[in-house]
Design a protein around this ligand. Sequence first.
Ligand SMILES: [Mg+2]
Length: 99
Amino acid sequence: MQKTIQEILEFRKERGWHLNQDARALAISISLEANELLEPFQWKTGEEATATYHQAIKEELADVFIYLVALADHMDIDLQQAVSEKLAKNLIKYPVPEK
Ligand SMILES: [Mg+2]
């Protein structure tokens, strides 16, 4: 995961994108890409959409992840640590049901 994050940050740095995209623009971009993820599902069942638009869905997932990494980097947030911390909170909030 760290290698992928570094590849994303390097890609952005080489193009100077890290200099002119602020937190607001990056947050908006996350939302826009998440909405692009919805498009293959419009007027289809989940099964139809995933069977028909697998590649498009994969690319939109990547777009969302790229902007997540960019915003986290912009705000000096360690995304992996943030996920770990959130999962720890969720573990308390949503304990595994007893069987
Ligand atoms: Mg996209």
